[in-house]
Design a protein around this ligand. Sequence first.
Ligand code: 0WD
Length: 289
Amino acid sequence: MGRERRVQSAHECTRECSSLRSDFGTVATKRHKSKMLKDKNGIIFGVANKRSIAWATAQALHEAGANLAFTYQGDRLKENVESLTKDVMPDSLLLSCDVTKQDEVDEAFRQVGQKFGRLDFLIHSIAFAPREALGGEYLDTTREAFLTALEISAYSLPQLARAAAPLMTEGGSIVTMSYYGAEKVVAGYNVMGVAKAALEASTRYLAKDLGPRNIRINAISAGPIQTLSARGVSDFSTMLKHHAERAPLGRNVEAREVGNTAVFLCSPMSSGITGEVIYVDCGYSIMGI
Ligand code: 0WD
């Protein structure tokens, strides 16, 4: 009870900006009233379907007033991105971009430069590892699986940052998505954990290189979320259950909450933050035994 009363007063005083946790129990996705990213231009990598973390992030960025471009990996996902954006973000630039094809990356940024002139932020929400490498023993990881996972899930960050930086003429913000498996062993996550460790280290080294250009780069380490990619991780449902039981907030994180943290990291509100890994996992990562 007492807690509820305190929540109500907090809610009243911030009516303008949506607090997602109306009763700290359920997520209420009230529209962002504050357009803190008005006239800001951004590109989003990693929308596969409506469950994608990148899509929840795009919705939050759009509500904060940003102009968005989307990339999709091949025709397989083109329809998904088209159907997701056609009503709510009809003017969005949609670009085919498989990060393993450098010419597609170059063409995507050429078109973004043409459309926007200036880029203010980039969302890197892509990862891939062959399904057979996401289970069993990491010891058995093949050279091919290792190289594929590191190329798509880690190398693509400096690759895209290098392409974006020249367009970030007024500084900018780059946000990538990581997971706790980068820091601690998560059974079955295997080579993706190693790729995420490389991604987080890349975030720090890139922060040093990009800082003088006033370009910030940070990683969001999200708790487990049921998405297309997550299906590839063996025993994912156990991971979800374990997280919800042990996390201080007693639940799993929502993709929209990751999206809101990305809005913060793309906005001037986070102007002093770069090279960081920010956990959005309902507190799971602070727990010991
Ligand atoms: O529990 C989760 N879902 C978590 C995901 C917890 C913590 C972090 N993450 C990370 C993922 O590792 C990834 O970096 O968030 C990011 C987004 O993952 P997601 O939203 O879970 O997954 P999904 O919706 O599947 O988006 C990943 C997309 C791919 O979808 P596919 O069809 O492969 O499942 O990454 C894209 C692709 O659209 N992608 C590529 N894009 C360009 N070029 C490529 C590529 N070569 N490969 C994959």
